[in-house]
Design a protein around this ligand. Structure first.
Ligand code: ME8
Length: 516
């Protein structure tokens, strides 16, 4: 089926590679990946952009401390971010680095357009600057510490800086931004964030300093090489570079505007105030939606030694497995709110939701089929009311999961799927197919068929979250590769189809001490 719709274009924030990735980075990457996979399975062409944000003072300072060039430092760490994405099955189409050549061209073209619009002028900047946040703060936002030093709202030290700087006339965009938030209420999500931004913009906007002369690790300002662009100007531009701007305008016009920018709550202002203002100035279309997820916090519970430093995404995958981590992170906290993680919480989810609820159901039903139905999908007799009810609840899942994805309620999508897993477990326990084996083999076959059919729907819908495990389940159910998209949800398992011998997909987590 051809889809005339333009591609669904989704992005993550691009991470600072001044260190190695942490749990927040993997959280954002897999959440965005789930969205990308959902739309692909839904028959949509998808473009998924992620990458690294490599310029700025902080990067050059860290590189100097490490005794390497900023590019060497960025290259080394960017490779870790990319490796993390690959390990976690993050299905990006492009991993953009802001040091990529086409990105320089895009940033400079955006600048030229903003300048041509009369929105860029040369002035002097004086203010409280935080190197750590790469941001200036209003005096009213800073706090005077007891020792007389001044701190940014983030707690980072700030210093008074005076420099010649280009400015962007952000003050001129207040009304247009307010109009945008009103006319496009979905532009900022979740709603609580929208209200925050609205209040901020209503208080009035100052012009924004958008160039630096005190260091040179950045994109040169067109026609004035003494200046490099303020890192956020070039960082935000990555989203249009990745869509082909300006080198391939045919692609750009097809792909842009982005359907969704997924970011963390700390960078909402950059994405919902500065970014749309830059685009308005350059006369480019605005993204459809910016959604801010919450932060993940370690609640301080003791972590398993074998897992080591569990904030390290590589150690997490090693300790618990990629798909269980993906499941845990997307199931545990409502997407858009803060969440916490701990060894106990992860193990709880693995053993309850994955091993017990879904894993056992699959393993028990498939083993019975292997033993009693000659390793073929059973042939059902007439369905009872109970069979029909369970099949109907599985059939209703797609609509509910789809609605949850529309709201980016990823946790709710999983919760909904698991209500059907629970229904299926109850059904399996109540109908006791193992007891029917002798008394009523035909009925046994029907109960097993219904169970497998529900597992088929569940496995198809779980693919965006746990692609590898879902694929194993679908292999075990004998579902062909080409019958795994959402369009196939309307079908049914083919009776008599040969099934491979079942392999457990979701092992229980056993503490290494206990296993030894
Ligand atoms: O902000 N929990 O880069 P970054 C959840 N380069 N998310 C977290 C988190 C946590 N504990 N810590 C960080 C930047 N994040 C800029 C972005 S976009 C044009 C430029 C999220 O490496 C954070 O909110 O500090 C952001 O969305 C992403 O990780 C990268 O953060």
């Amino acid at each position: 089926m051809t889809d005339a719709r333009p591609p669904y274009y989704v992005t993550t924030a691009i991470a600072y590679p001044n260190g190695v990735p942490h749990i927040g980075h993997v959280y954002e990457a897999i959440a965005t990946d789930a969205v990308a996979r959902f739309h692909r399975l839904d028959g949509r062409e998808v473009r998924f952009l992620t990458g690294t944000d490599e310029h700025g003072l902080k990067m050059s300072q860290t590189a100097a401390r490490e005794g390497v060039t900023p590019l060497e430092w960025a290259t080394k760490n960017a490779a870790r971010f990319k490796a993390m994405d690959e390990l976690y099955g993050v299905s990006f189409d492009r991993f953009i680095r802001t040091t990529d050549q086409d990105h320089y061209a895009a940033s400079q073209e955006l600048w030229r357009r903003m300048k041509a619009a009369g929105d860029v002028y040369l002035g002097k900047y004086e203010g409280w600057y935080s190197v750590r946040d790469e941001a200036y703060f209003d005096e009213s936002e800073t706090v005077l510490a007891e020792d007389g030093s001044r701190k940014a709202p983030t707690g980072a030290p700030v210093e008074w800086v005076v420099e010649e700087s280009y400015f962007f006339r952000l003050s001129a965009y207040q009304d247009r931004l307010l109009k945008l938030y009103e006319e496009q209420p979905g532009f900022i999500g979740p709603d609580a964030r929208r209200n925050e931004v609205l209040a901020f913009v209503k208080r009035g906007l100052s012009d924004l300093s958008i160039s630096r002369t005190t260091f040179d690790w950045g994109v040169p300002v067109p026609d004035d090489a003494r200046h490099v662009m303020y890192v956020w100007v070039d960082a935000l531009t990555n989203y249009i570079t990745g869509a082909g701007f300006p080198a391939d305008m045919a692609t750009f016009e097809r792909v842009w505007p982005a359907d969704l920018h997924v970011i963390g709550k700390d960078i909402i202002r950059f994405h919902t105030v500065f970014w749309p203002a830059f685009l308005m100035s350059a006369e480019l279309p605005l993204p459809k939606r910016v959604f801010a997820h919450g932060f993940l916090y370690n609640r301080g519970e003791k972590m398993s030694k074998s897992v080591g430093n569990v904030v390290d995404p590589f150690a997490l995958a090693e300790g618990y497995g990629v798909d269980p981590v993906r499941y845990f992170l997307l199931r545990e906290a409502p997407f858009g709110q803060d969440g916490s993680y701990s060894h106990e919480a992860i193990v709880g989810r693995i053993n309850a939701d994955l091993a017990n609820d879904l894993g056992n159901l699959a393993q028990r039903s498939l083993s019975m089929v292997a033993k009693n139905c000659e390793g073929r999908a059973p042939s059902p007799a007439a369905f009872t009311e109970a069979d029909e009810a369970l099949l109907a609840s599985a059939d209703a899942l797609y609509g509910k999961v789809s609605a949850a994805f529309d709201d980016l309620a990823l946790h709710a999508a999983l919760a909904t799927i698991w209500t059907v897993v629970a229904d299926a477990n109850r059904y399996f326990a109540n109908h006791e197919p193992w007891a029917l084996r002798k008394t009523d083999p035909e009925r046994m076959a029907t109960v097993l068929y219904v169970t497998l059919e529900v597992l088929r729907s569940v496995s198809i819908l779980v693919q965006p979250f746990m692609p590898t495990s879902a694929a194993k389940l679908l292999d075990a159910l004998g579902v062909a590769e080409e019958a795994r998209a959402f369009a196939s949800l309307g079908g049914r398992l083919t009776p008599g189809a040969p099934l491979p011998p079942p392999e457990p997909v979701f092992p229980r987590y056993v503490e290494p001490e206990a296993a030894a």
